[in-house]
Design a protein around this ligand. Sequence first.
Ligand SMILES: Nc1ncnc2c1ncn2[C@@H]1O[C@H](COP(=O)(O)OP(=O)(O)O)[C@@H](O)[C@H]1O
Ligand SMILES: [Mg+2]
Length: 341
Amino acid sequence: MTRIDKKPSGESTAVSVRGLVKHYGETKALDGVDLDVREGTVMGVLGPNGAGKTTLVRILSTLLAPDAGQATVAGYDVVRQPRQLRRVIGLTGQYASVDEKLPGWENLYLIGRLLDLPRKDARARADELLERFSLTEAAKRPASTYSGGMRRRLDLAASMIGRPAVLFLDEPTTGLDPRTRNEVWDEVKAMVGDGVTVLLTTQYMEEAEQLASELTVVDRGKVIAGGGIEELKAKVGGRTLRIRPVDALQLRPLAGYLDDLGITGLATTTVDTATGTLLVPILSDEQLTAVVGAVTARGITLGSISTELPSLDEVFLSLTGHRASAPQDTVPTDDREEVAV
Ligand SMILES: Nc1ncnc2c1ncn2[C@@H]1O[C@H](COP(=O)(O)OP(=O)(O)O)[C@@H](O)[C@H]1O
Ligand SMILES: [Mg+2]
């Protein structure tokens, strides 16, 4: 390919952000954000509506100038080297950016031409990416006839035309149904397998867990936590003990038994009938030992027993004191204060 600059060699940090600030009047969209994304990894930026995720992505992709702080992508400074930077990134925004009237193939070909690819290369790249994202059969149809998932796949294909070293995905699956969301996740995983570095913003805990190896949790323009996903979950403390009696009829009696035992500080158990398991929140090793001991003493035969770290939802609640709000497209982000507190 022609115009794609080589990444500066020896660079192991693909994205580096220091003290990034962006204010809109009184609103501190970004209020001193630091983060690093290692080359070849997926960083999840997790936060509710209005946290500052899109502002961050817009600054990193040179669409918006920061008020203060520094950021580099693939070694290029967002303010001083925007032209070079744009050549090594791909961006899929929160809303579909393809031209609805044009067929899928035409969309990709045009973007290739905009990126200065010779006609022949632009054609080949369009064919290759349509194949890759399972859109070959729909290549000649206008994008307006595509399903939500097909459109999002076309979006992802479009962001891959310039063979980006760093890809920004801003809430790639918000508003998609669960099946389509899974399709998009598979595509993202495949891209990561090719060595692309990804910075992904999301409001979905499950998405971060599926795709990201590291997380930066943002809230109201500030980083409130960061690190590996497991590390972050462990930071919050508690675990959940999951017990499955072989005899499902013993589930409820066992729950009642444990709740009545009076083990110090033990919270109420939950019966999960779908999986035939009992969930016991555990705060200490002593509690764990006491619960397992009590179950054994009862002579109940167990099919399985395991402990689980808390879900990211619980992590967020414990870090911020409020739940990460579900996407609410109808609520303007400015109303976030009322929603979140
Ligand atoms: N162009 C703008 N003008 C005024 N306020 C803005 C603008 N863009 C974003 N904001 C505000 O900045 C905050 C962060 O917005 P945004 O980065 O879009 O958050 P997120 O993507 O996490 O939902 C919000 O309070 C939002 O209302
Ligand atoms: Mg956003």
